[in-house]
Design a protein around this ligand. Structure first.
Ligand code: ATP
Length: 132
């Protein structure tokens, strides 16, 4: 079975680098499943889990937006923030989700709704990534 390298990089660290058979991402235009020898392209990513299939195993990374670059023999994901399933503290994410939901439910002028909405998306991304 043919393979390609998948790298997930943030400004802080290389989060992930493995030889894969397939990678699934949620691009700004929708779900994308990338197999070996895909045509090269670049697009932006939503805040969503990235799923990598390799040797019958599956890795899930919570990628909080960014870019995907598909090259001939390599896929590079550049994200502001990304966590592997083992990095994720699901209880912390549940608490962050609660806080964000409470903020979004309040009708107060001093609440930054955009910020709360993004915090909610990050928390859901972490919970989903851990559950896949
Ligand atoms: P919280 O309110 O719990 O801090 P947050 O979404 O505001 O969540 P971020 O600002 O996105 O947190 O992240 C700050 C740092 O904490 C990053 O390094 C991120 O990887 C890490 N982090 C945040 N939430 C979790 C989690 N549930 N499990 C593991 N690491 C986390």
């Amino acid at each position: 079975m043919s393979t390609f390298l998948v790298e997930i990089v943030t400004p802080e660290r290389k989060v992930y680098a493995e030889t894969a058979n397939m990678v699934s991402v949620k691009g700004s235009e929708g779900e994308l499943g990338i197999l070996p020898n895909h045509v090269p392209f670049v697009t932006t990513l939503r805040i969503a889990p990235v799923v990598i299939k390799r040797d019958g195993k599956q890795d899930v990374i919570a990628v909080h937006g960014g870019f995907i670059e598909v090259r001939k023999d390599k896929v590079v994901i550049l994200a502001e923030l990304a966590e592997t399933a083992s990095d994720i503290d699901v209880e912390r994410a549940r608490q962050a989700k609660e806080r964000a939901e409470q903020r979004l439910a309040q009708k107060r002028d001093d609440i930054d709704y955009r910020r709360a909405e993004l915090a909610l998306q990050r928390a859901l991304n972490r919970i989903n990534a851990k559950g896949l």
